[in-house]
Design a protein around this ligand. Structure first.
Ligand code: FCB
Length: 453
């Protein structure tokens, strides 16, 4: 075997609650910011929503059989806050938690390790009405919600992820408004990011308090940035992009500080009135930097950065990193597996987390069922293969990578793109809810069975 992975490497698939569950108003669930956002004109490409999605709320048992059939050792899913605490704060909704109870038992019965994400973007709408993530009260609310979930599942779940992609939850949700709740205000987004990070730190302690052997981490979507040219202007723009996208989250988590150069640039750009962060209170950074057991990384593509204030004609060297023949996924994202290697090395060298998991990696491509029932999604399979090869290389270079979760188990509600993008290794026919394993899923099954390829 050319690419053999370490003996105890964990292989799994990932999903999130709003993208698959459906059952939007069953057993006491109240609306999340995504239910509300989907009702807003022009926000979702196909005008769809997550009311039914993959109907996983009813089909969970057969879906777990599919995961088993795919030979996965672990399954990463998220808990829906508006199911478990529909009022946002306050009492537990036992019927809501019971769904995850069944799910966890069902996984353990099948010998699959549950990996729980506490927050994958479905904030109770009622909390957004009080200001949502930009307001500090949200940290206590998240703590209480965490406590309910951990008390209910902590006797059987060891692997915990506090937040999924705080960059998306803050920037897409509160800065450019492409995601729920659709706010467009950079300062609100900065505050949201801070409270997401702060609540990660406090929740980490809560989880540890109830689950002594817990492995706790946070998942970030990190994006390696490459300058479009060696010009000073492009290099500077690249540093700022990296600063807002990667270092803004990694520095507080691993160094206990926000990057000063980014604070100054934000001030120069008028994003903050003083070169300080007035919403950061004493002790916050220490809490955010609470040591964790692992870092979860979601990787899809890289970024090529240019300073747009400089006319293209004045910068002839700009094509340095432009990939004229690059393959793009259905999301328009460049397929760039080497970026994953570069990213792993950078994180290892600059921040040295003791353990890393790839908690999402995958690609959207259109696919179809052939008359013989197969789904020949060669592009998706090739994407997995090339990215796993880079991860194998990173392990050989000393990165402590302990597991890999493919995104996604099945086609699902892809946020602002609705059902127009298919990321699954299992195809979902949304009319019949029939599941069909794609060739990429079969290929991954072999990888997972053989611990390599
Ligand atoms: C990530 C999200 C996940 C999915 C993939 C494609 O940003 O965490 O829910 O939408 O992108």
């Amino acid at each position: 075997m050319k690419h053999e992975f370490p003996a105890d490497f964990l292989w799994g698939h990932a999903t999130s609650s709003y993208q698959i569950e459906g059952a939007h108003d069953l057993d006491g669930r109240q609306p999340s910011i995504w239910d509300r956002f989907c009702e807003t004109d022009g926000k979702i490409e196909d005008k769809s929503d997550g009311r039914i999605a993959c109907d996983h709320y009813h089909r969970w048992a057969s879906d777990l059989d599919v995961i088993k059939n795919l030979n996965a050792q672990a399954y990463r899913f998220s808990v829906a806050w508006p199911r478990v605490v529909p009022t946002g704060t306050g009492p537990l909704n036992a019927e809501g938690l019971a769904f995850y109870d069944r799910l966890v038992d069902g996984l353990l019965e099948r010998g699959i390790e549950p990996c729980v994400t506490l927050y994958h973007w479905d904030l109770p709408q009622i909390l957004q009405e009080r200001g949502g993530w930009p307001e500090r009260f949200i940290v206590d609310a998240f703590n209480d919600y965490t406590e309910h979930v951990v008390k209910g599942l902590g006797d059987r779940v060891n692997m915990w992820i506090t937040h999924n992609e705080p960059w998306c939850a803050s920037v897409l949700g509160y800065e450019n408004g492409e995601h729920a709740p659709g706010v467009q205000d950079v300062y609100q987004a900065m505050k949201a990011a801070h409270h997401l990070l702060l609540s990660h730190g406090t929740a980490t302690e809560i989880i540890r308090g109830h689950v002594p052997d817990a492995k706790v981490g946070i998942t970030l979507n990190l994006c390696p940035a490459y300058s479009a040219s060696p010009s000073t202007a492009d290099e500077k723009a690249t540093r700022f992009f990296d600063g807002t996208f990667n270092r803004w989250f990694m520095d507080p988590l691993y160094k206990g500080s926000y990057p000063q150069d980014v604070i100054e640039e934000r001030h120069r750009l008028g994003q903050i009135s003083e070169p300080t962060l007035d919403y950061v209170l004493d002790g916050d950074l220490k809490t955010i930097a609470t040591p964790t057991d692992f870092l979860g990384i979601n990787y899809y593509s890289r970024a090529i950065i240019r300073d747009h204030s400089i006319p293209e004609s004045e910068n002839e060297k700009r094509t340095l990193h432009d990939p004229p023949k690059a393959e793009l996924t259905d999301m328009g994202w460049e397929v760039y597996p080497e970026g994953l290697y570069d990213l792993m090395m950078r994180v290892h060298q600059d921040y040295a987390p003791a353990s890393v998991y790839i908690t999402e990696n995958g690609a959207a491509f259109p696919d179809q069922i052939e008359p013989d029932g197969t789904i020949r999604d060669a592009h998706r399979q090739q994407y997995f293969e090339s990215h796993l090869a880079q991860l194998h290389r990173a392990i050989a270079s000393g990165v402590p990578l302990d597991g890999y979760f493919a995104w996604s188990l099945m086609d699902n509600f892809e946020w602002a793109f609705g059902y127009t993008k298919r990321f699954g290794v299992v195809r979902v026919d949304y009319d019949t809810q029939k599941r069909t394993i794609k060739n990429s899923g079969k290929w991954l099954r072999d990888v997972y069975s053989n611990n390599g390829f």
